[in-house]
Write a protein that binds this ligand. Structure first.
Ligand SMILES: CC(=O)N[C@H]1[C@@H](O[C@@H]2[C@H](O)[C@H](O)[C@@H](O)[C@H](O)[C@H]2O)O[C@H](CO)[C@@H](O)[C@@H]1O
Ligand SMILES: [Zn+2]
Length: 273
């Protein structure tokens, strides 16, 4: 399996349970991260001086967070698209950082797809995972990660399936309902978080046994993610916007390429392993 993510933290937020489950089952799992997350906000006040508005050292710091998160998930190998530092976090849609000469979303998509194809040829994954066409929630780097993955992965000789990682409307609604009145974070209204209608989801992967590993990986991204401290059950987290998001015991996917037979509860279902 190979997963293509835009920033350090996405691998844990959207697919942390999936990575932990498959590595625990002995699968070879590669994470490709396209940027260093240089334009991120910073949660701990003591680390604020790392920000792009100050010393601009956040990218290097997040590389360390990512290494810790990958270790917590048992990731087999990690690659930066084009090599570490080649592409820079573009910032949220409409922010000036998109004009940076190394901004990922402003780069040549053909060059970026070729860089990904090089990693696919090296690693030879059976299954590839990335975001849907909206990038999950519209971040320009997530959208570009989707675009280059869909350009490169279906053509790669080893790739049998490509999935989009999505959030289930029903699971998010139920998760938020269980948080109301007991979370230190703001619990959003139904419909406020970007979700996928459950009738379009093709694969529901049970990751309930791997929530501790996912929570440890989320906590490794201390500049981006807050997870309630134990002994609280790690059933939710918040980003720097302090908006509660449920940690669900399933992770959800839409099959975008390859055979559907056997893929309902296992990304490798029905494939020779
Ligand atoms: C999960 C994810 O993709 N995070 C991105 C995102 O960070 C968000 C952004 O700073 C937003 O302004 C905040 O309100 C929100 O809380 C953050 O999660 O965008 C960052 C800048 O491109 C990126 O570094 C971060 O990884
Ligand atoms: Zn991201």
């Amino acid at each position: 399996m190979l997963l293509v993510h835009a920033h350090p933290d996405d691998e844990s937020i959207t697919t942390g349970g999936t990575i932990a489950r498959y590595t625990s089952e002995g699968a070879d799992v590669t994470v490709v991260t396209c940027t260093l997350g240089e334009e991120g906000e910073i949660i701990p006040p003591s680390l604020d001086g790392l920000g792009s508005w100050a010393s601009d050292q956040l990218g290097g710091y997040r590389a360390g967070e990512l290494a810790s998160a990958c270790a917590a998930l048992g990731v087999t190998r990690h690659r930066y698209l084009g090599g570490i530092g080649r592409w820079r976090d573009s910032g949220m849609a409409g922010t000036p950082s998109a004009a940076h000469p190394r901004a990922f979303s402003g780069g040549d998509p053909d060059e970026q797809a070729a860089q990904l194809a090089e990693i696919l040829d090296e690693v030879r994954p059976q299954v590839v995972v990335t975001y849907d066409a909206f990038g999950g929630y519209g971040h320009p780097d997530h959208i570009r990660a989707h675009e280059i993955t869909m350009a490169a992965a279906p053509k790669a000789a080893s790739v049998e399936r490509v999935f989009h990682t999505v959030s289930s409307r029903d699971a998010v609604t139920a998760g938020l309902a269980a948080l109301r009145g007991r979370s230190a974070f703001r619990v959003p209204e139904d419909g406020e978080l970007p979700v996928t209608p459950d009738e379009t989801i093709t694969t529901v992967l049970d990751v309930g046994a791997h929530i501790p590993a996912k929570a440890a990986a989320l906590r490794a991204h201390e500049t981006q993610v807050s997870v309630p401290a134990p002994p609280h059950l790690a059933d939710h987290f918040a980003l720097s916007n302090d908006v509660a998001q449920p940690i669900t015991t399933d992770e959800y996917f839409v099959l975008a390429h390859g055979p559907a037979e056997g893929a309902g509860a296992d990304l490798f279902g029905g494939l020779a392993r």
